[in-house]
Design a binder for this molecule. Structure first.
Ligand SMILES: C[S@@+](CC[C@H](N)C(=O)[O-])C[C@H]1O[C@@H](n2cnc3c(N)ncnc32)[C@H](O)[C@@H]1O
Length: 329
């Protein structure tokens, strides 16, 4: 069993759980704010998740009490050698516990069992995560980078307002292509500045995309060349409703449809554009994530998709993103 610590807001936990389950974990079960257990974990994939910050091999679960956590650790078998550090966390201050006291008590147990403490660069890090009335104790096995900041859209060679945050783009790629990663081919038929393809390429997928506008297709190519110098990727200009590709060329399609105000591109009305693009997506791949400013559930079903999940994410007052996770059922 594993413990997953989610990143971000409470409202995003359902999407975090599904992302983890699609791309790295099995049987994900949310147990408290910001915390889940998983039965299995592809440890090498865990650091590529957007909304899971850390994963630990679970020693056990107790009440949110430092003494209980210490008793669990005393009774646990530990087949590790080397130095250790204990890190305790109180998720969103939801538990009535002192993390300093918990770190001291758990550290004492480990020292009594013969371990040397190294807070700077330990061989093993013990996590004690408290949330509401639960504590999960485990050895950390994966951690994702604290920020995606070095890839901020504004720092890329080609930037346009409205580019998606890298952390969100990463999650959508994982939701679409998760089971097939890293040997997946991921296609974005409305690639814009290439934010989704960049995240796909960074986690090992072969990325290819198209956009109706030359400016965007060229901009995506510039961004991919800048950040994926050694990867295989392709970008062409093309209409998402009439793709120049054979059936089944991709493992997953992921795209961010134009929002209402930018809808008159390539002569399509928004609803027919997205409906046509969903039909083409179903022809070229067995899995799809569509992000848009409204629900496209009916259009997705009309195009032959099964709607496996839909999430609504408020961006600001006048924009809520709808994230559709689509499969062939
Ligand atoms: C919301 S943007 C995508 C943003 C992108 N995810 C990013 O990170 O920059 C939508 C894109 O769809 C493209 N588009 C609009 N109509 C299209 C069509 N018929 N075929 C292909 N692309 C189209 C637009 O040119 C625009 O770049």
């Amino acid at each position: 069993m594993y413990c997953l610590e989610f990143a971000g807001e409470a409202a995003d936990e359902p999407i975090a759980a599904l992302e983890a389950e699609r791309a790295a974990a099995s049987a994900v079960d949310r147990v408290a704010p910001g915390l889940a257990t998983a039965r299995g974990l592809r440890v090498d994939r865990a650091p590529t998740l957007a909304y899971t910050r850390r994963a630990s091999e679970l020693l056990g679960r107790t009440a949110a009490d430092a003494d209980d956590a210490a008793a669990l650790l005393e009774a646990a078998s530990i087949e590790r050698t080397g130095t250790v550090a204990v890190r305790a966390r109180n998720v969103r201050s939801s538990a009535d516990v002192s993390t300093a006291a918990a770190e001291r008590d758990l550290g004492t147990v480990l020292v009594d069992r013969g371990f040397a403490v190294d807070l700077e660069d330990p061989d093993h890090e013990l996590r004690a995560v408290f949330a509401d009335d639960v504590c999960l104790v485990g050895w950390q096995v994966a951690e994702r980078a604290a920020t995606f900041g070095s890839r901020a859209p504004t720092d890329r060679p080609f930037f346009q307002p409205g580019s998606m945050a890298p952390v969100d783009a990463r999650a959508y790629v994982n939701l679409a292509a998760g089971p097939a990663l890293p040997d997946a081919t991921v296609f974005d038929p409305m690639c814009g500045t290439g934010g989704l393809l960049l995240e796909a390429g960074l986690i090992g997928a072969r990325a290819f995309g198209s956009d109706a506008q030359w400016k965007m297709a060229r901009g995506t190519a510039e961004n991919l060349a800048g950040f994926l110098p050694d990867a295989r990727w392709d970008v062409v200009r093309g209409d998402a409703t009439a793709l120049p590709f054979a059936d089944g060329v991709a493992d997953a399609v992921v795209f961010d449809a134009p929002y209402g105000r930018q809808s008159k591109v390539a002569g399509h009305e928004l609803e027919s554009l997205v409906g046509g693009a969903l039909g083409e997506a179903a022809r070229v791949a067995p899995s799809c994530v569509l992000v848009g400013d409204r629900s496209y559930e009916d259009a997705a079903r009309d195009a032959g998709w099964t709607v496996e999940a839909r999430f609504e994410r408020r961006v600001h007052g006048s924009l809520t993103r709808h994230v559709h996770v689509l499969g062939r059922g």
